[in-house]
Design a protein around this ligand. Structure first.
Ligand code: SAM
Length: 188
């Protein structure tokens, strides 16, 4: 039974003008985050969007690489996508984890900024939780667009400490952020 799950949230997120929107799924985010997830033992990667049009286009892309011509053309890509699915909402992702594990996940957001309203997990603390088989599973949520609308996502109770480099600037692409976190949480 897996312990670490990833969610990429496309709603509710901000756009450039601080309006609340549903962002578009990008092809990069499907493949790059699936590969990183597979490499570091993530149990399932949920792409979360309520948008039906997006879901069917992206569902077709995943199917192409899993079952269509792509499955024989690039087997590594097929393997990585085994853990990837598109779901309607954060609650659907949580329900799937409860079905898989019998436990409610600890839903933890990631952000380039700290937020006093949430309890902050350090990387070390998160590693300890992940190593303990008796602890609840963890669902790590990543944002898209200009970041998640935290006030409208009551399921999120915790934040993982932001990634910092050498200076104040730390606005990473979501794909970079996923890889750096996974390496620090699960890397050997
Ligand atoms: N359009 C952008 C892209 O293509 O990546 C989406 C930006 S989205 C707001 C970036 C997400 O990556 C954030 O919501 C957060 O989950 C994560 N992230 C970025 N920089 C981070 C940092 N320094 N520490 C922690 N998480 C970070």
């Amino acid at each position: 039974v897996g312990k670490l799950y990833l969610g990429l949230l496309h709603y509710p997120v901000y756009n450039k003008n601080k309006e609340i929107i549903t962002s578009a799924i990008t092809n990069f985010d499907i493949h790059d985050i699936s590969r990183a997830s597979k490499t570091f033992g993530v149990d399932k990667y949920f792409i979360i969007t309520p948008e039906n049009g997006q879901k069917s286009v992206m569902g077709k892309i995943i199917e192409h690489w899993q079952k269509g011509f792509g499955a024989t053309y690039n087997k590594d890509r097929k393997t990585a996508l085994d853990i990837t699915s598109i779901v309607n909402s954060l609650d659907d992702a949580i329900d799937t984890i409860i079905k898989d594990t019998g436990k409610k996940p600890i839903v933890t957001a990631t952000s380039a900024k700290k937020d006093e309203n949430y309890s902050l997990y350090t990387i070390d603390k998160m590693r300890t939780l992940l190593e303990d088989k008796n602890e609840d599973p963890i669902l790590l949520i990543f944002g898209t667009g200009y970041g998640m609308v935290m006030k409208d996502i009551p399921q999120i109770k915790n934040l993982l400490e932001p990634i910092y480099g050498v200076g104040d600037y730390n606005h990473l692409s979501v794909r970079s952020a996923v890889s750096i976190y996974l390496y620090s949480l699960m890397g050997k």
